[in-house]
Design a protein around this ligand. Structure first.
Ligand SMILES: *Cc1c(COP(=O)(O)O)cnc(C)c1O
Length: 394
């Protein structure tokens, strides 16, 4: 699908994107760039990818009309149930696709970065499935706060390497992964979001696009129309949002809402609301919007949710923001917690903390009675139970 939101041949979405990489990585990135579209569009890939998504991941994920949530907010609210995927989030759509691409390119060693541990688990899972060697870089602080996912990765046979620099979170894990990649360019860097040098953002968006591909026929079946009025998704790097928006980006009648984490408040100094606080710069090989100080040093982001605790957004999202195609909203830790308890109580679904940020904008919106809203329920909350229990009585 060629869209005005597809990257140009150099990997730019408007002024954002590109591949700012050291010389040593060039052959590896070029090899991927020369092959990824052809591989993804081949019948062989599509057959294997779709078959794994169906029988291994459990797709299509349901599109569920949340009746009590709809009543409460006075609109037709559908939840795209990515939380029901194997491994508990949308991330596996991407890792299943990339592992097939890695195999096609003859790669046997996989590296990845992870924040909440979800991408690490999704990567370790597909490496186990394919019998490939897996190393996951993870911030030391995230290793502490996401212990169950660390245990899962180890059980799945992955090596978990702590990143001990900076804030010891996701951006530092990404730095470590890129550093290792430079020293070991024969490895396949299985990136976890629509970030990094071209072609990674476009490749990951294409692999997550299955979300909106299914939404189209599911909405048609349920409402008679392929297009909803509004789609809401949370944004860390932006992969679940990219997948939920993908097949609707050129349909200007569909309102796209991206929700960032405001932490303790957008202007509190403890936030990850990148579009509000960021400026144009280069992070992890890509020109995008990122949080930086007057010297161009990255400002440490903060969110209660490890998956949204990232100082940048992918270049596609920077372009959606700048071109005003998507509306960028945000939710604080507190608003996200409230939204998570609410969904749990009235629908019996415990969402991931990341996802709770998307739910948290419902009270801030001016919804109309007939408005069809799809919220991308990016993941389930099992991994966040400790945080939820801790804040239950507050
Ligand atoms: C990782 C994660 C996110 C954030 O990543 P994106 O690339 O922005 O989608 C959101 N929700 C869940 C459940 C996650 O695990």
């Amino acid at each position: 699908m060629k869209s005005k939101f597809s990257p140009d041949k150099n990997g730019y979405f408007g002024q954002f994107g590109g591949a700012f990489i050291p010389e040593l990585l060039y052959p590896n990135v070029k090899e991927l760039e020369d092959n990824y579209i052809q591989i993804i569009e081949s019948d062989e890939f599509q057959t294997e990818y779709k078959s794994l998504l169906k029988d291994y991941v459990g797709r299509p994920t349901p599109l569920y009309l949340a009746k009590r949530l709809s009543e409460k907010y006075g609109a037709h609210i559908y939840l795209k149930r990515e939380d029901l995927n194997h491994t508990g989030a949308h991330k596996v759509n991407n890792t299943v696709g990339q592992i097939l691409i890695a195999k096609k390119l003859g790669k046997t060693k996989i590296i990845a970065e992870t924040g909440a541990g979800q991408h690490g688990v999704a990567t370790a899972t597909v490496c186990a499935l394919m019998g490939l060697d897996c190393t996951v870089f993870m911030g030391e602080k995230d290793i502490e706060r996401q212990a169950p996912n660390v245990a899962r990765m180890k059980m799945l046979g992955a090596k978990v390497v702590p990143a001990t620099s900076g804030s010891k979170t996701l951006k530092d894990a990404t730095n470590e992964a890129i550093r290792y990649w430079i020293q070991n360019p024969e490895t396949f860097y299985l990136i976890g979001s629509v970030v990094g040098p071209h072609p990674h953002p476009d490749m990951v968006a294409r692999l997550q696009a299955i979300i909106s591909e299914e939404m189209k026929w599911q909405l048609k079946e349920k409402t008679g129309k392929e297009n909803p009025d509004t789609i809401i998704a949370c944004v860390g790097g932006g992969s679940n949002a990219a997948g939920a928006f993908y097949h609707y980006m050129d349909d200007e009648d569909v309102e796209l809402i991206a929700v960032e984490a405001a932490g303790l408040g957008v202007n509190s100094g403890e936030s990850a609301a990148t579009s509000q606080l960021g400026e144009v710069g280069i992070i992890h090989g890509s020109k995008t919007i990122l949080m930086q100080d007057e010297y161009g040093q990255i400002v440490e982001p903060y969110s209660i949710s490890a998956g949204l605790d990232y100082p940048g957004v992918g270049p596609l999202h920077a372009f959606l923001y700048e071109s005003k195609r998507a509306i960028f909203m945000n939710a604080t830790d507190k608003e996200a917690l409230t939204a998570a308890y609410e969904l749990t109580k009235i629908e019996g679904i415990i969402p991931a903390l990341e996802t709770a940020h998307a739910l948290a904008v419902l009270p801030k919106m001016d919804l109309k009675k007939d408005q069809v809203v799809v919220i991308n329920l990016s993941g389930r909350g099992d991994k966040d139970l400790e945080t939820y229990i801790e804040h239950l009585d507050k």
